[in-house]
Design a protein around this ligand. Structure first.
Ligand code: IMP
Ligand code: MG
Length: 179
């Protein structure tokens, strides 16, 4: 089992590249079944979802548009609970459209509770939330995730887009904090 160090912490591999790619393929199949003739708008939540979104979108071979937002709430290993939109969305693209949100992880749920309400306020035709990871033990807000990549336990994870204090996003697998 491979172990890595990022800054002061040790992490061990938790989800391999092969496991992740197999799950990505299944998610793309599900999305293709629902949206192949719908011309959806994917909204990629930066920065954590960039790698997941890239893998999904390379395989989604149907007409679609792609937008990016940047939401921030975390400092180090803690959510601050206060959500900021630091890269805003082109709001006019949302109205009447089928929106597919691609997020890296739902933890407390505060970020996606805030963001899905914001998207709903822009009057889309539908909203589908796809989260690569879901940590249900820490949930503080009822967030409806339509498609979850993997449900994981409470431990902090890094890699495949997710960072620990700015590092580790480029790792192609997911690593879990080794206690
Ligand atoms: P929430 O608002 O608590 O649901 O957290 C949302 C954001 O916190 C996610 O989009 C991630 O960017 C970040 N986050 C939550 N848990 C982790 C983790 O285990 N590792 C890295 N980032 C995390
Ligand atoms: Mg995120």
């Amino acid at each position: 089992m491979s172990t890595i160090q990022i800054k002061d912490r040790h992490f061990r591999e938790y989800l391999s590249q092969d496991e992740i790619q197999a799950r990505v393929d299944a998610i793309v199949q599900e999305l293709s079944g629902k949206f192949s003739d719908k011309h959806p708008v994917f909204i990629v939540v930066l920065r954590g979802a960039f790698m997941f979104a890239s893998d999904i979108l390379k395989k989604f071979n149907h007409p679609c548009e792609i937008e990016f937002v940047r939401l921030t709430s975390y400092a180090g290993m803690q959510s601050t609970g206060k959500i900021n939109i630091t890269q805003p969305l082109k709001e006019e693209i949302v109205r009447g459209r089928d929106i597919i949100i691609l997020e890296d992880i739902v933890d407390s749920g505060l970020t996606m509770d805030f963001f899905t309400k914001y998207i709903q306020s822009l009057e889309p035709a539908s909203v589908t939330l796809v989260s690569f990871l879901f940590k249900p033990e820490n949930l503080q807000k009822e967030v409806k995730i339509d498609i979850t990549g993997f449900v994981i336990p409470e431990l902090f994870v890094v890699g495949y887009g997710l960072d620990y204090d700015g590092e580790g996003r480029n790792l192609p697998a997911v690593y879990q904090l080794a206690l």
